[in-house]
Design a protein around this ligand. Structure first.
Ligand SMILES: [Zn+2]
Length: 137
């Protein structure tokens, strides 16, 4: 049996839309709960599905359906938010010798978070950190 620990770095659709496929809690900063609810709503999913059905391949100029052949549209529309559970600055996940600590990084969204892998001093970042972000000290 696989024990999953699922943490969303923020509430945008490309990070939360699969939450409903898991029975386990999905951790998300409370400030992004509303965004998550919006981006996992049936109405929002309908828009994403229609976009996928008419995907523009910019390399060829062709419009095509990129949904898998076995995609279950009705099931997808009903996935919801999943079992979202709030996390905040300083919360810690102990994964048997691996300690991940939540750090709040508002900006990309108000509830954006990153995870610090304390034993190795690594940072697992979501969209709050990217090649287009400049840091000034
Ligand atoms: Zn994002």
């Amino acid at each position: 049996m696989i024990n999953c620990q699922i943490v969303n770095s923020h509430g945008h659709v490309d990070h939360v839309s699969a939450n409903g496929q898991f029975k386990e809690p999905v951790y998300l900063h409370e400030k992004d709960f509303g965004l998550c609810k919006q981006h996992t709503s049936s109405e929002f999913r309908k828009g994403s599905i229609e976009n996928a059905k008419a995907y523009m391949d910019y390399a060829t100029g062709q419009i095509r359906n990129i949904l898998p052949n076995d995609f279950d549209e009705e099931a997808n529309l009903e996935l919801g938010t999943g079992n979202i559970v709030p996390v905040k600055e300083g919360d810690v996940f102990n994964l048997g010798g691996i300690t991940l600590k939540i750090v709040e990084v508002p900006g990309h969204t108000t509830g954006s978070i990153d995870l610090i892998y304390e034993e190795e001093n690594w940072l697992y970042a979501g969209d709050a950190m990217g090649s287009f972000l400049w840091l000034f000290c």
